[in-house]
Design a protein around this ligand. Structure first.
Ligand code: NAG
Ligand code: NAG
Ligand code: NAG
Ligand code: NAG
Length: 358
């Protein structure tokens, strides 16, 4: 029933493994999450996030010391993979609403976070009507948001799903749902960050004798002599009404009707053009406006995870937020958290306490 906005600084809490865990939030310490998350106040009628028992599906006992709020801000993800992961569950039979997270630079004014706040990454499912059922991967590049060109379908059921985005220093990416790859590729190919590497050579001209017409009229196909029939003819079955008066109504004429023998304009049949050379391969040249950028994936002062959503109906549960540099760690963490929750979901589908309400 309105926009929701809440944000949290990405703290740096190192786990036992070599994984760098920039941010991990499982809401396992009662009301303390409110000290870590900040509610935006940019509008008075913003929705509220709420912690409820419904969120504690799965494992209720978890490490309570993993989070250090407002500690080291991640300077940059340069040279390291960036993994953003969380679970989301729409309990409310969602018809229109976002379930995505946004990652912000450190200069975000958390108290004033809104849809206008510039973000680095927007990632996650968005559902609206029968048209929109997609996973957004909107990446900021040179202060402009760039949406993913490949369509990724999101889950629309009421179960908990694990969403993972991986950006790598070799500029490849992966989107996973429930720890299975649903899309992958290269940042340069699947977003329009950079102009194309090659362009048509503007000085090249198609040779005059280049025949790129695939099909021609069959010269052996001639029009049948009896083809031409008028489209409309007089209705010979019509009779002049008895009370017709030439003097006042003019001379009576039978009405016109469609000619059943009419066959339309004659067209010869088509055959393959024996001289067809195919589409002319326009010579390509290097685009003078193109220059490689090996740092598309990296962000300076990447620091805050926020939920800035519009929902028609409340009842989406977010959990198990993780921002790390370690794909394997994220996968294991996902299996442990989402894996467990999933099993419980199937038992507890009648629970309907939302994590937040408006
Ligand atoms: C909050 O953000 C809006 C733009 O989204 C801006 O116009 C406004 O000045 C900001 N308010 C404060 C107190 O910074
Ligand atoms: C009406 O005109 C037609 C054609 O000119 C003619 O054949 C016919 O006799 C006329 N009928 C009368 C009642 O004048
Ligand atoms: C290169 O960029 C300039 C400035 O934006 C533009 O005018 C020009 O048409 C571009 N050239 C090509 C080959 O796209
Ligand atoms: C990152 O933060 C530092 C310190 O606040 C600042 O000097 C720098 O300009 C920021 N960089 C970007 C790209 O915002």
């Amino acid at each position: 029933m309105g926009p929701l906005a809440v944000a949290l600084l990405l703290g740096a809490a190192l786990s036992a493994s070599r994984a760098r865990v920039y941010f991990r939030e499982q809401f396992t310490d009662g009301a303390k999450w409110q000290n870590r998350w900040m509610n935006s106040q940019y509008k008075a009628d913003l929705g509220k996030f709420r912690l409820t028992a419904g969120k504690f599906y799965g494992d209720a006992v978890k490490d309570k010391d993993i989070l250090h709020s407002h500690s080291n801000v991640m300077k940059s993800n340069k040279g390291r993979p960036l993994v953003i992961q969380y679970t989301v569950k729409h309990e409310q039979k969602i018809d229109c609403g976002g379930g995505y997270v946004k990652i912000f630079p450190s200069n975000l004014d958390q108290k004033n976070m809104s849809g206008n706040s510039q973000y680095y990454i927007m990632f996650g499912p968005d559902i609206c009507g029968s048209e929109t059922k997609k996973v957004h991967v909107i990446l900021n590049y040179k202060s402009k948001p760039h949406p993913n060109k490949k369509r990724i379908r999101c889950k629309v059921d009421g179960f908990t799903h694990l969403y993972t985005l991986i950006l790598r220093p070799d500029q490849t990416y992966e989107v996973k749902i429930d720890n299975e790859i649903v899309e992958s590729g290269n940042l340069e190919d699947d977003w329009d960050f950079l102009p194309p590497r090659k362009i048509n050579d503007p000085t090249a001209k198609k040779p005059k004798d280049w025949d790129d017409v695939a099909q021609i009229d069959d010269p052996n196909d001639v029009k049948p002599e009896d083809w031409d029939e008028p489209e409309y003819i007089l209705d010979t079955s019509a009779e002049k009404p008895e009370d017709w008066d030439n003097a006042t109504q003019g001379e009576w004429q039978a009405p016109m009707i469609k000619n059943p023998l009419y066959r339309g304009a004659w067209k010869p049949s088509k055959i393959d053009n024996p001289n067809y050379k195919g589409i002319w391969p326009w010579p390509q040249i290097a685009n003078p406006n193109y220059s490689t950028d090996f740092n598309i994936y990296s962000y300076e002062n990447i620091s805050i995870l926020g939920l800035d959503l519009w929902q028609v109906r409340a009842g989406t549960i977010f959990d198990n937020f993780l921002v790390t540099d370690d794909e394997e760690y994220a996968e294991d963490f996902g299996d442990e958290t989402w894996g467990e929750t999933k099993v419980m979901d199937e038992i507890l589908t009648s629970w309907s306490s939302p994590f937040f309400a408006r």
